[in-house]
Design a protein around this ligand. Structure first.
Ligand SMILES: NC(=O)C1=CN([C@@H]2O[C@H](COP(=O)(O)OP(=O)(O)OC[C@H]3O[C@@H](n4cnc5c(N)ncnc54)[C@H](O)[C@@H]3O)[C@@H](O)[C@H]2O)C=CC1
Ligand SMILES: CCCCCC(=O)CC\C=C/C=C/C=C/[C@@H](O)[C@@H](O)CCCC(=O)O
Length: 520
């Protein structure tokens, strides 16, 4: 069969097979489906031909495109899906790698055979033809180098067992292409919900392996896959893309805009499904506060929601190193692994400069250092995220609370600086900063809005007036609004160094743009 004939025949065969029911959404388990197609493709003369012939650039390009399209179709992924995700989720090799695999197997067969005529021919080729780009030996030498495999000479001198060679080739190909695609998807914002640690060429992502083969389950898998790869179209996307012509309201509940947060966490119409799914998830929370009375009240509430065993309270003073470290020790003892630390303790006491700086500034720095030690991959942790609670008063001067402002500015500068540490990547650490404006909490006491009350300690009547004026101008966040910003900081995993404000007027905003890589 001539090579163009082979190429065309294989493309046709594959297309017919997909249309005749091999496709995952027709009810056949996707893994089985992909395996069958690979077998089919490999059993034809396709690879036999390709391992020797020099294909034209356009044939290569069309083969790559054809192969990728097949993998996308299998997984019901739209054309806009990031290439790396198409391969990594199915764990599939590229067509180039498939051909390399066969090329290397063929090489092994000839260099390890005991036919002296063939071996002489190999020697002659190695002397005469290594500069000829079209020669099999020249090509295969390049393939060996690409995958960091032993040279032809060393293979000839000490051929490993066939099994060992097959295994080395498989591992080398998987390693190379996993790295290649992980690098390719690193900066893809559409893939923020995809856990990189589950992606490996050679193994199928749980989004496919966790499904049964029923048609409805395979279809659900396709939706999950689109959510993971950022290609699912929510009503809010349709609204945006249609220039406002289509509604952004969720079709299930009809009350809020449909985006990923609404769909996964908030939509009341999906409450039952969520309850069933989330009941298996454990939210392990360690609360700590200097005020044990309030702390224990909150513990009770959390126990009702998350279960007695999943929450704990440790009394602590964040200005005291040992007291603060004790929280990390106790939490680690009970829960095993720590992955999120929120440095939230703070106070407003303009009449006590030292206390303000100790709690709001030193306390946060201490908490960040302890978190780095207890979460860090290099010191036995699994990596994680630190959220430091500053304030909009950490970004703008406020004349009547300069000490509070100083303490909150320091958190922004400190968090942005530690986030630039080049070691964070290896350590698996990221650091973020949340800056809410006035928010309806205990700290935002009645005295700020009630004209009849005395000004708070450390404030004159004049300063209180200034505060009320500012509060009126900026508005007061609800706790839920701040929580939404907080959850976004936790969930978006490429936001190391992010500083987020939450204000009544503008909602969630990132400040300072995307953090720059280390500038010094
Ligand atoms: N409520 C608001 O308008 C805003 C608050 N923030 C910040 O949010 C954080 C939380 O504040 P809120 O919930 O509003 O106030 P809150 O007063 O309810 O919470 C602060 C907590 O910190 C604890 N704390 C104080 N000193 C401590 C110490 N030495 N060791 C351990 N715990 C200590 C307090 O006991 C209290 O439970 C604070 O850092 C605050 O500065 C930021 C912007 C706006
Ligand atoms: C009253 C209870 C305690 C106060 C706790 C706070 O931290 C509240 C925030 C304090 C001051 C807020 C100032 C807000 C200023 C606005 O102009 C704001 O919109 C500016 C935001 C700064 C920025 O985006 O760069």
């Amino acid at each position: 069969m001539c090579k163009s004939h082979t190429h065309h025949t294989v493309q046709l065969l594959v297309s017919y097979t997909q249309e005749s029911g091999l496709h995952g959404t027709n009810g056949l388990n996707l893994q089985t489906s992909y395996k069958n197609l690979s077998e089919l493709r490999h059993s034809t003369a396709f690879c036999m031909a390709w391992r020797f012939y020099h294909l034209t650039r356009s044939k290569w390009t069309s083969s790559h495109a054809f192969h990728k399209k097949n993998l996308r179709n299998f997984q019901s992924m739209p054309a806009r899906t990031a290439t790396g995700a198409v391969y990594l989720i199915l764990g599939a090799l590229t067509i180039e790698a498939e051909i390399h695999k066969r090329q290397l197997s063929f090489l092994y067969n000839i260099v390890s055979c005991d036919n002296s005529t063939i071996l002489d021919l190999v020697d002659r080729q190695l002397i005469m033809n290594m500069d000829n780009q079209q020669s099999f030996f020249c090509k295969v030498a390049g393939t060996l180098a690409m995958y960091d495999l032993p040279s032809i000479d060393s293979l000839k001198q000490q051929p490993p067992s066939k099994l060992k060679w097959k295994l080395s080739v498989k591992m080398a190909l998987q390693k190379y292409w996993t790295k290649f695609f992980l690098e390719e998807i690193e900066s893809k914002t559409t893939l923020v919900h995809l856990d990189r640690t589950l992606l490996k060429i050679g193994s199928v992502h749980p989004v496919w392996t966790s499904l049964s083969s029923t048609i409805s389950d395979v279809k659900k898998g396709a939706v999950k896959n689109r959510l993971l790869t950022g290609t699912y179209l929510f009503e809010s996307n349709k609204h945006k893309f249609s220039g406002g012509k289509e509604s952004s309201l969720c079709r299930l509940c009809g009350t809020s805009n449909e985006d990923i947060t609404h769909f996964l966490l908030l939509c009341p119409a999906l409450h039952q499904q969520r309850k069933a799914l989330f009941s298996n998830l454990k939210a392990l929370v360690c609360l700590c506060d200097i005020d044990s009375e309030e702390g224990l009240k909150t513990l009770k509430r959390f126990q009702t929601t998350f279960g007695n065993e999943n929450v704990m309270f440790v009394k602590c003073d964040v200005t005291d190193h040992d007291s603060f470290e004790n929280v990390f020790k106790q939490a680690k003892r009970k829960f095993g692994v720590l992955d999120i630390v929120v440095n939230n303790a703070g106070l407003l006491a303009e009449d006590n400069m030292r206390k303000t700086m100790m709690v709001n500034s030193i306390g946060v720095i201490e908490g960040t250092q302890l978190a780095t030690h207890y979460l860090n991959k290099e010191s036995g942790g699994q990596g994680g995220v630190v959220v430091n609670i500053s304030s909009t008063a950490g970004l703008t001067p406020v004349f009547y609370m300069p000490i509070y402002v100083a303490s909150k500015y320091s958190i922004v500068g400190y968090t942005r600086s530690v986030s630039q540490n080049p070691a964070n990547k290896e350590r698996g650490m990221r650091y973020t900063c949340l800056c809410p404006a006035f928010t309806d909490t205990t700290m935002f006491d009645k005295k700020w809005s009630d004209e009849g009350e005395e000004p708070p300690p450390g404030f004159s009547e004049e300063e209180k007036k200034g505060a009320l004026h500012l509060i009126e101008a900026t508005g007061v966040n609800t706790v839920e609004e701040v929580v939404k910003g907080f959850m976004t900081l936790l969930e978006v995993d490429d936001n190391n160094g992010a500083v987020m404000t939450v204000t009544k007027k503008h909602g969630i905003q990132y400040r300072h743009g995307k953090p720059l890589s280390h500038k010094l």
